[in-house]
Ligand binder design. Structure first.
Ligand code: 6R9
Length: 629
């Protein structure tokens, strides 16, 4: 690959990077392109299965694909027990720093012990295989322990991001019919306490299925404990029920591992379902080759475990690879913009994986902050969540990576479970491009009719063959799974993104073509913001759109029609912003709300967000034939 001259701004890997890398690009691409299924099978053989598969891929009932048919395994066993049986027993699995400077670390032995104990606690509370357990907390080790404990006993975890609020949590508890909620008393965010338990109490008033609430003490402030329902995690973990008994259940490869709610085109957030077997193979393989995990590495994915990036690449991927992961609780620039760089030096981080919004945010404080620290331990950098603008890419490459560290710009989704379009260390890079599909992945850019577009033309990004860590369905809504992802072009997975492919076959993801807005890399739906707005007594109708924002990538702009009797005022606009933050979460707080007299609609009454967006940007709104007035 390196022999061909590529067009545009290209960064070739150094000899050192090439020699050190796990992935020998050419041979991997060659093997996988000849026979993707055989490629995944060969990777699966690196993991433990208590019963082998009879078939790798069953595509007899498309699009309900099955992987590793007939096999039994448990992802948590592969994350922990496998390593505890080797010299990795004493290796650090997790290094954690709290925002307030607290420090904790867990060897593989310790993480295994805590997970087993907590799995026993869950079982003693009546949690059985297939039951749903919701977790709602900040970036703390107990989140990881809780997820792994659920996996051990075959329970299905549903992590709700700690930045979400009452209505978002309530909806997710309700939809998943969770039996247990694991919540922290609070979390630290820029020195302030986010009152997680208080938010949960409000959400629980309307969530009928939750029988027990386990409370992890983090902030230690005064909270309400409801007798008979709420129990302290640390007290339960000190009871004889929390013994180290293995507490493990081998499950079918297709057994559900977790639900993760994400925003879709319309309506309520949907729960994406991932399974033990295929998800395990996908996250293990991609992390190994893309972030090139070596035994001595200290790897830091700065995402939140509440999002897919945290699930796949803080929890499962690193542990499956026996890696040492670093987790930091707080904000990147708290108390000062040197926090991240200081921790990279302090802990000797080798791999840093973060989002463009964080890079832009830190870039704005200037080079002096990172330059005060020794960042020589860094070997690889990563980016995820939205397209990275070339200026941010170059800053990250030069100022943080000192022109030594390749940047892995990984394109993927909650639904895909793992990296899909991504470089490996051996790939020549172009700033802003995710380069090529990972070995075994067949992606393309197509037009309205599903035909490939010409080089450099924009089209829909699709995936043409199944992959092991693909979503299996939408929880409780298989029809929506089929309609949303597989119906536009039969046999092709519709990503919801637009992209172009250049003359070298490099992919450039442009952005969402549906009503999903990526704000600071977080995925939100216009529908969630709009329904929060109309739940306010003053609002008759609302429309939300995303407009470009220098730091956040996109920011939320809303158009609101008031009910009669309500007057337009700055105070009301502020109140509406607060209302959205309270209902959905601070991350969804609109940047701007405009009170309007009418909203552009189709004759069937659908709000034409595209028209609002074009107007706001001062561009041509395109075809207006369906507009009502
Ligand atoms: C992992 C994650 C998925 C959407 C996806 C796309 C955008 C993610 C990207 C990227 C350009 C990248 N996206 N990574 N766009 N380059 N490297 O973010 O999952 O929250 O489900 O969002 O994010 O628009 O469709 P999720």
């Amino acid at each position: 690959m390196a022999e061909k001259k590529l067009s545009g701004e290209v960064y070739y890997p150094s000899k050192e990077v090439l020699e050190y890398a796990n992935a020998k690009c050419e041979s991997l691409y060659e093997f996988a392109s000849k026979d993707p299924v055989a490629f995944w099978e060969s990777e699966a053989k690196n993991l433990y299965w208590s019963k082998p598969w009879t078939k790798v891929l069953d595509d007899s009932n498309k699009p309900f694909y099955k992987w590793f048919v007939g096999a039994e395994t448990n992802i948590a066993y592969n994350c922990l027990d496998v390593h505890v049986k080797t010299a990795r027993r004493n290796k650090l699995a997790l290094i954690w720093e709290g925002e307030n400077g607290e420090f904790r670390s867990f060897s593989y032995f310790a993480l295994h012990r805590e997970t087993c104990r907590f799995a026993n606690v869950l079982r003693s509370l009546g949690v059985k295989k297939g039951d749903r357990v919701t977790l709602y907390m900040g970036r703390i080790p107990e989140l990881m322990i809780g997820m792994l404990a659920c996996a051990r006993i075959g329970a299905i975890h549903s992590v709700v991001y700690g930045g979400f609020s009452v209505e978002a949590l309530h909806e997710r508890l309700e939809d998943s019919q969770s039996k247990v909620l694991i919540v922290a008393d609070g979390s630290f965010q820029r020195g302030k306490i986010v009152e997680l338990k208080k938010i949960a109490d409000e959400a629980l008033q309307r969530a009928a299925t939750v029988e027990s609430v386990l409370v992890v003490k983090r902030t230690g402030h005064q909270i309400n404990m409801e007798f008979g329902r709420d129990m302290w995690y640390h007290e339960l973990m000190n009871l004889p029920i929390a013994n180290n008994n293995e507490c493990l259940e081998m499950v079918d490869a297709e057994h559900p591992l977790f639900l993760l709610y994400t925003s879709g085109t319309t309506g309520k957030p949907k729960a994406i379902l991932h399974t033990h077997g295929g998800y395990m193979v996908g996250t293990y393989t991609t992390l190994k080759y893309v972030f090139d995990i070596h035994e001595e590495d200290r790897y830091w994915c700065a995402a939140d475990p509440g999002w897919i990036t945290g699930h796949s690449y803080i929890v499962y991927g690193p542990l499956l690879n026996g890696a040492t992961s670093f987790m930091y609780e707080g904000a990147p620039n708290y108390p000062y913009p040197h926090r991240w760089w200081q921790m990279i030096e302090k802990y000797g981080i080798n791999i840093l994986y973060t989002a463009p919004t964080a890079i832009r945010g830190l870039m704005r404080f200037g080079d002096a902050w990172p330059n005060r620290y020794n960042l020589a331990s860094l070997r690889l950098l990563g980016s995820v969540g939205e397209p990275i603008n070339p200026e941010a890419w170059r800053w990250y490459y030069k100022v943080i990576g000192k022109e030594r560290c390749p940047i892995m710009d990984t394109w993927w989704q909650t639904e895909t479970g793992m990296f899909m379009i991504t470089p490996m260390p051996c790939t020549p890079l172009k700033p802003g491009s995710g380069t090529k599909p990972f070995p075994g992945i067949v992606a393309d850019v197509v037009d309205e009719n599903g035909n490939p577009v010409k080089p450099n033309e924009e089209g829909y990004l699709v995936i043409k063959t199944p992959w092991p860590s693909m979503l299996r369905t939408i929880w409780n809504d298989p029809d929506r799974y089929v309609n949303q992802y597989w119906s536009k072009y039969p046999g092709m997975y519709m990503t919801g993104d637009s992209a172009r492919k250049d003359e070298d076959g490099y992919f450039w993801v442009i952005g969402r073509v549906d009503d999903v807005i990526k704000v600071s890399g977080y995925r939100l739906g216009t529908a969630e913001i709009e329904s929060a707005l109309v739940s306010h007594p003053a609002v008759a109708e609302a429309a939300a759109i995303g407009l470009p924002h220098e730091l956040k990538g996109n920011a939320i702009h809303c158009f609101v029609l008031l009910k009669t009797g309500y007057e337009k005022s700055d105070k009301l606009v502020d109140e509406l912003k607060q209302h959205v933050a309270h209902e959905v979460g601070p991350i969804a707080k609109p940047e701007h709300i405009e009170i309007v007299d009418s909203l552009p609609k189709t004759r069937s009454g659908k709000i034409m967000r595209r028209v609002l967006k074009a107007r706001a940007l001062g561009i041509d709104p395109g075809n207006l034939s369906t507009l009502e007035e």
